[in-house]
Design a protein around this ligand. Structure first.
Ligand code: EPU
Length: 296
């Protein structure tokens, strides 16, 4: 399969991406492809790579800052990879990369399948969450992943076992697009699982600006400390550049007050980094992925 033979319903040219991100920021994609299933995703990924253009994988766009000039390459969306299947004993779930993590967490908790509930409120897809080992202080998703299906540049679907994957803080060694994920859960009384779910949700809503457009925590936590605490202690809550603002609720969130550009966010990010380095000698590293500077 090559790009020229892709039906128009699946491949659009010069398509807006801002609405496909939780930040609601960024220019268009040169090409945007929405493969309908895992097999065609793998074939289209290989075809995209063969063109020599940069290739980007888009899920819920929840940890992403897209440049105002857009993305001069091929963006493949995982959002149509939505299959869900439970294993024979019910404690293993195979979930398509485009399924929202929050939906899986709630679905599992209601059935008394424990292990993911602390991740409630993380706004990405399963594919995105696994690729960057999303998590909270108490643990990350990688601890529950038993298997991952990946698209190869040969156009085929490859499998990696969870124990073979290098899991690190908000990072993995997974190369190429994730098509599906299998998670391993524990049986528990559904009332207990749901109680933990509600507690985690309440904690997040109290501490984070969940009702404003953002890309989640903007910076990684430096070892042994919290980026939010450092930015707050530097007096930067409420600091604004254009439409971008350091959240007054949690200082490690940059929120879009309605008309922010990527340039606003980068300028604000620069101010924050310089001030925290000056005040505490700590160099903050972005957790948010920036396009077009980083590809899949
Ligand atoms: N703090 C402040 N001011 C702030 C924010 C935080 O003083 O504006 C202090 C808090 O009082 C607390 C400490 O910093 O003593 C840590 O704050 P918090 O518990 O909110 O955790 P965090 O380290 O800032 C991490 C994750 C979050 C995750 C929370 C809850 C990272 C970069 N952040 O935040 O993940 O939701 O723990 O477990 O790992 C994300 O990855 O996008 C994200 C939001």
């Amino acid at each position: 399969m090559d790009l020229a033979s892709i039906p128009e319903t699946m491949c659009r040219v010069n398509t807006a991406l801002a609405d496909r991100t939780t930040f609601q920021i960024g220019g268009p994609a040169a090409w945007l492809i929405d493969p309908p299933d895992e097999r065609s995703f793998a074939e289209l990924y290989a075809a995209a790579v063969r063109t020599g253009n940069p290739v980007y994988i888009l899920g819920a766009g929840s940890n992403l800052l897209i440049d105002d000039a857009g993305v001069p390459g091929i963006v493949l969306s995982t959002l149509r990879l939505r299959e869900r299947r439970a294993g024979a004993d019910g404690t293993r779930l195979r979930v398509g990369a485009g399924v929202r993590l929050g939906g899986v967490v709630r679905w599992a908790a209601r059935r008394g399948l424990a292990g993911l509930e602390r991740l409630i409120g993380i706004p990405g897809t399963m594919g995105g969450a696994v690729k960057m080992n999303a998590g909270v202080r108490e643990g990350s998703i990688g601890e529950r992943v038993s298997r991952v299906w990946l698209a190869g540049t040969d156009g085929r679907v490859h499998v990696r076992e969870g124990y073979e994957i290098g899991w690190a803080y908000r990072a993995t060694d997974i190369a190429g697009p994730i098509l599906a994920v299998e998670v391993r859960l524990d049986r528990e009384d559904p009332a207990r699982t749901e109680t933990r779910l509600l507690a985690a949700m309440a904690k997040r809503c109290a501490a984070q600006p969940v009702d404003e457009p953002s890309a989640g925590c903007f910076f990684k936590n430096p070892p042994g400390d919290s980026a939010g605490r450092l930015i707050d202690a530097s007096g930067l809550k409420g600091r604004t550049v254009g439409g971008a603002c350091v959240s007054t609720r949690h200082a490690n969130f940059i929120v879009n007050r309605g008309n922010a550009t990527a340039a606003d966010v980068f300028a604000l990010c620069d101010i924050v980094c310089k001030r925290v380095r000056k005040d505490f000698g700590v160099s903050l590293e972005k957790e948010v992925c920036c396009w077009p500077y980083a590809t899949a």
